[in-house]
Design a protein around this ligand. Structure first.
Ligand SMILES: O=C(CO)COP(=O)(O)O
Length: 250
């Protein structure tokens, strides 16, 4: 049976002091629930958050990872560097990186593979733009983004991966996909994987992201193919974040 997972993506919305406070509040308020919890601070705060999370069950993740292992890549952070600080996860392919930093299906696949090779679980973010949903091509977009990674890294690598379905129009907008809208895409993703490997499809955690809040988490998590959430805004408040985490009913 799949474990549920809630991940906080702090984006570039925090400073050193608020990061310390937030992680301490999350640790102190963490309820005893049989599900996974993780936070993804900005790179600079990873060493400190890593120390604070030692001896807790809360996982640590990065918001991105370099396309290459080492070399002349000014400003980049490799998967092995993340491993040095006990990162369990790395988000790859977030729509903000696709839109603002020229991430493509190719570079996202490279990042995914770098994480896998370093024994870090990539959280592969995929999702359609509003106009693509309106054109009725949501499934095509999601399939294209996912297949690019499968073709590059191999279906077996998804044994140690998480997929985050994040419809771009729902990110930071207050618009959430309805639980039914999200479920429909999650099921599509699982079926696409099942066509290649049934067992991987059954075991992989597929989480939803886009304006997840304590008010909508329960309905989302009640869906059979939604295994948790990738939370932006509401992950910056320990109380809201832990309320979302406490919403698993399955
Ligand atoms: O992008 C997201 C998580 O990666 C979602 O952000 P919001 O929860 O702020 O919509």
């Amino acid at each position: 049976m799949r474990r549920d997972l809630v991940v906080g993506n702090w984006k570039m919305k925090i400073n050193q002091q608020s990061a310390q406070k937030l992680v301490d509040e999350i640790i102190a308020g963490m309820p005893d629930i049989d599900a996974d919890l993780a936070v993804c601070p900005p790179y600079l705060y990873i060493p400190e958050v890593s120390q604070r999370l030692a001896n807790t069950s809360i996982g640590l993740g990065a918001q991105n990872v370099a396309t290459h292992l080492e070399g002349a890549y000014t400003g980049e952070i490799s998967a092995l560097m993340l491993k040095d600080f006990n990162c369990k996860y790395a988000i790859v392919g977030h729509s903000e990186r696709r839109a603002n930093y020229a991430d493509t299906d190719v570079t996202v696949a490279q990042r995914f593979k770098q994480a896998i090779d370093a024994d870090i679980i990539p959280i592969l973010a995929i999702g359609e733009l509003l106009e693509q949903r309106e054109q009725g091509i949501t499934f095509d977009i999601v399939a294209k983004q996912l297949n690019a990674v499968i073709d590059f890294a191999g279906i077996e690598s998804f044994q140690h991966a998480v997929i985050a379905y994040e419809p771009v129009w729902a990110i930071g907008t207050g618009l959430t996909a309805s639980a039914e809208q999200a479920q429909e895409v999650h099921l599509f993703i699982r079926q696409l994987l099942a066509d290649k490997n049934q067992q991987i499809a059954e075991n992989i955690q597929i989480i939803y992201g886009g304006s997840v809040k304590p008010q909508n988490a329960e309905a989302l998590f009640a869906m059979p193919d939604i295994d948790g959430a990738l939370v932006g805004g509401d992950s910056l408040n320990a109380d809201s974040f832990l309320k979302i985490y406490s919403s698993f009913q399955k």
